[in-house]
Design a protein around this ligand. Sequence first.
Ligand SMILES: *Cc1c(COP(=O)(O)O)cnc(C)c1O
Length: 435
Amino acid sequence: MGKLAINGGSKTVTLSPGAWPRVGEEEIAAVTDGLRRSAQDTNYISAPAGKGPVGEFERAFASFMGSRHAMTTSGCGPALHIALMAAGVQAGDEVIVSPYSWGQTVSCILHQNAIPIFADIDPRTYTLDPASVESKISDNTRAIVVVHIYGHPADMDPIVQIAQKRGLMVVEDNAQATGAIYKGRRTGSIGHLGCFSIGDGKNIMGGEGGVLLTGDDRLYRRANLTGQHPARHNDIVKDDPELSPYIDSLIFTYRIHPVSCMICGVQLRYLDEWNQQRRANAEYLSAGLREMPGVEPPYVAPECLHVYHIYSPTFAPEEVEGVSRETYVKALQAEGVPVGLGYVRNPIHLRRMLQERNYFYGKGCPWTCRHAAREVAYKAGDCPVAEDRCARTELIIGGSTAWLGDQTPMMKQYLDAFAKVTENLDELREIEKQQ
Ligand SMILES: *Cc1c(COP(=O)(O)O)cnc(C)c1O
């Protein structure tokens, strides 16, 4: 295999996934048809009224996910915020959440002036550990925000059970797991409310957008009252005399653009097929990586369908003694593998805004607001599994479109690069010594 590229040898990986066309002819036709129809029928494109493409996409999405209601939003972040409002999370309430995610899994809690309480993750799935969730519940806990990170379902059954026992709401951040399945059910349809992203880079994407999913009529109506235009409220709230007096324009403009719905209306029909392509590429790579020292492929729990929004393997330092994660990654990068030191990098509870408890130039809210029932602060050691993964073992390979189509030849080159590095670990040990 020759000399390592990091020491001047030739690169192993010559293939790239290429530019994946994120919108194809069918999406173009759907948008063109939708706009033509709007030219004839001016009401068709009305996003405020939830008509035309918006309503059509919402109905298709709810039915695909096996839930009663889907409400479109401008993104998963807004969907999460509306979900917490609908769930009744208020100032000073505590919400249990994973620190191993994209920050918006947590910012929705802060937007409500509620207090994030971080529970640790399972070391194999990187999703919330139900035992840790249970240990973090207090009298002030109101909700649990679960994230299906990287496209792998969280262990929902025990979490839902804990929530039922304690009267808590469960919100799923399903931004990375659109189409994933947990014990026969689509993720995002299992908790009280599920939030999806159809923004750039996600498994289906309309340019920007999100969806809030719920099987609960009341939660759906409440979400509408803050997240949609009053043009939709009459219809949606009319059967609920308690809520109908609250129809007003005191709302967030978190609405989707109807063109996103036209695009994703097409893409939804391809979601399972595309996820299957992601899975096939990922499983090919995983089968090869399983044989390599120094790296473990992502784990897939029984009864779970992983949709590999992100492929995040684990560095195994004990298998490659004397080689640091940094040098291992640099050597692979030199061979042409698009590998990085991870996605989360710094667990959310250790990030600056949470350490300083200063969210957007606030007055210390939510932590020091008079509604806070107790002192909450965040420190290293609060979530040891998440912290250790970020500090020592997290890896990431490839970008989100790299996994579409048949990428077997490229994955084979990745494996060749891992094998070459594995055969030359002594060279890496030399590099370490020189540092
Ligand atoms: C992308 C993402 C979000 C935010 O989605 P937007 O549609 O950009 O608002 C939230 N949570 C997670 C885990 C994400 O990956």
